[in-house]
Write a protein that binds this ligand. Sequence first.
Ligand code: PLP
Length: 231
Amino acid sequence: MTTESHSAAEIPARLNLVREEIRLACEGADRPADAVELVAVSKTVPAAAIEDAIEAGQCVFGENRVQEAHAKWPALKELHAGIELHLIGPLQTNKVKDAVALFDVIQTVDRPKLARALAEEMERTGKRPGCFVQVNTGEEPQKAGVAPDDVAEFVELCRETFNLPIMGLMCIPPFDEEPAMHFALLAKLADELGLSDLSMGMSGDFETAIAFGATYVRVGTAIFGERVLLE
Ligand SMILES: *Cc1c(COP(=O)(O)O)cnc(C)c1O
């Protein structure tokens, strides 16, 4: 797992550019500049490069694998106060314990078995990371997430039965489709359910996502450079 990351000097510059693009997108959408939180996606990025981003003032990060995050982040969190770590990849129930211990936000809640396991671990430990329900807006068979038609029922289960701290909805649109319709669908679903947070938009489309109401954008490549291994 390696990343052809930008040189140390480049990461702060890239980060500032992304921040400026977020600011402009907020302005264009008539939204306040602080309406959108940047989640810097540091999967495959070595700790040294992550530290460059932290030193440039970034404190919210996303990882997609529990095991990789577990190898990198306890030490980084120890060194740097105020880090907020998001899990943005699939979560197996046998990793729930590690995930609840390490992550501050879990964006990929997508099935009753996982919701139950998270509820039990939160009950056991008293640690309650914020949760997003992942929605498979493109209804792609190979992709994780709840089908749009099932979101209302699943969110109710998470809230009522499991008392999970559901913040909002998250989606990863299909590669080969216009993301705008997916962002619009996610925003509509969240609105119907009275959920205020929307995690949507990546390096290629975060400006569009902001126009559709994203409150969290997940940006990796534009900050850290191309990943060598495809996810
Ligand atoms: C890798 C990843 C991202 C970041 O993608 P970039 O195109 O590198 O910005 C965002 N969200 C999820 C779920 C990811 O796995």
